[in-house]
Design a binder for this molecule. Structure first.
Ligand code: ADE
Ligand code: ZN
Length: 324
């Protein structure tokens, strides 16, 4: 069964490119850019990956990405991730980047986008992996800053397919970003929103009704509101679930307590992804194997999960047919 899962063609729909920064590359880029890291070794970085909650992870995540400065840095980061995609039988990936986190260090959106898209184009030519880039706003910053960032990104609009919302969830409900999401939707961008990771089901409702999210990232608390769950089922709104992330960030006590089987049983359009794989114990295959070890899902269920991801991807009809 593990060999079956490892070779199963996959679609990644919930991945933060900055969350693929492995400690080895972190050190290499720190040397290259003369950045002093608060760690002495790769092992020490890995030892620091003990998280209490989302915020304790975000603190390390934002600190880690401080080594990214040049177009080549963003290229190297993205190329390393795409090699992992190839090794994990990922055929299509839709990845987030956090422009505001890099603008804060004086790195322009042009530099970020150029490096990331050069690697994406190369991976399509080399491996046949297709992709889409999603600009994600940081919900613990103001909506004004999100709007300014959106404006700054518009000259590069042909390089991204949608907008997302991530970072510290509790206390930053979706409604805070109504105007910027309205703007992005009217400009023709896809809309996805992190909701119901640590935050309540109410935030999923807000993401759906106010921001008009086409997919909910995480959404593992959906079943806490039966009316909401019914709506999600009826409207076939995908939930991009990240099992290892949820265990590492203690949003579930352990994998056996994960609501994944209940979400599937409920008829929700569940898909599985890796979120921040350098920090959470592995890439797509690691997530699939961890789920299988905990729940012993049938091949039919895996087939359903795969087809859900084909349905949830923002691709052309032709590419969707090829991915099926
Ligand atoms: N940014 C990177 N990973 C994230 C996660 N799991 N939740 C919210 N924001 C994030
Ligand atoms: Zn995420």
């Amino acid at each position: 069964m593990n060999a079956f899962l490892e070779s199963l063609p996959k679609i990644e729909l919930h991945l933060h490119i900055e969350g693929t920064l492995e400690p080895e590359l972190m050190f290499e880029l720190a040397r290259r850019n003369d950045v002093t890291l608060p760690f002495d070794s790769v092992e020490q970085v890995r030892q620091a990956y003990e998280f209490e909650d989302l915020q304790s992870f975000l603190n390390l995540y934002y600190q880690g990405m401080n080594v990214l400065y040049t177009e080549q840095d963003f290229f190297d980061l993205t190329a390393a991730y795409l090699k992992r995609c190839h090794d994990n039988a990922v055929m299509h990936t839709e990845l987030f980047f956090d422009p505001q986190a890099h603008l804060a260090r004086g790195v322009s959106i042009s530099t970020q986008v150029a490096g990331i898209t050069r690697a994406l184009d190369e991976a399509e030519a080399t491996y046949g992996i297709t992709s889409g880039l999603i600009l994600s706003f940081l919900r613990d910053m103001s909506e004004e800053h999100a709007l300014e960032t959106y404006e700054a990104a518009l000259p590069y609009r042909e390089h991204f397919i949608g907008v997302g919302l991530d970072s510290a969830e509790v206390g930053n409900p979706p409604e805070k970003f109504e105007r910027v999401f309205e703007r992005a939707r009217s400009d023709g961008f896809h809309v996805v929103v992190h909701a119901g990771e640590e935050g309540p089901a109410e935030y999923i409702k807000g993401a759906l009704e106010v921001l008009k999210a086409e997919r909910i990232d995480h959404g593992i608390r959906s079943l806490e509101d039966p009316e909401l769950a019914k709506t999600l089922v009826e409207r076939r709104i995908p939930l991009t679930v990240c099992p290892l992330s949820n265990v590492y960030l203690k949003t579930v006590p352990d994998m056996s307590a994960h609501p994944l089987p209940a979400l599937i049983e409920h008829g929700l359009c569940v898909t599985l992804h890796s979120d921040d794989p350098a920090y959470f114990g592995g890439y797509m295959n690691a997530n699939f194997l961890a789920v299988q070890a905990a729940f012993d899902l049938s091949r039919d269920t895996w087939r359903t999960l795969s087809l859900n991801a084909v349905e949830a991807a923002f691709v052309s009809d032709m590419r969707r047919d090829a991915l099926r």
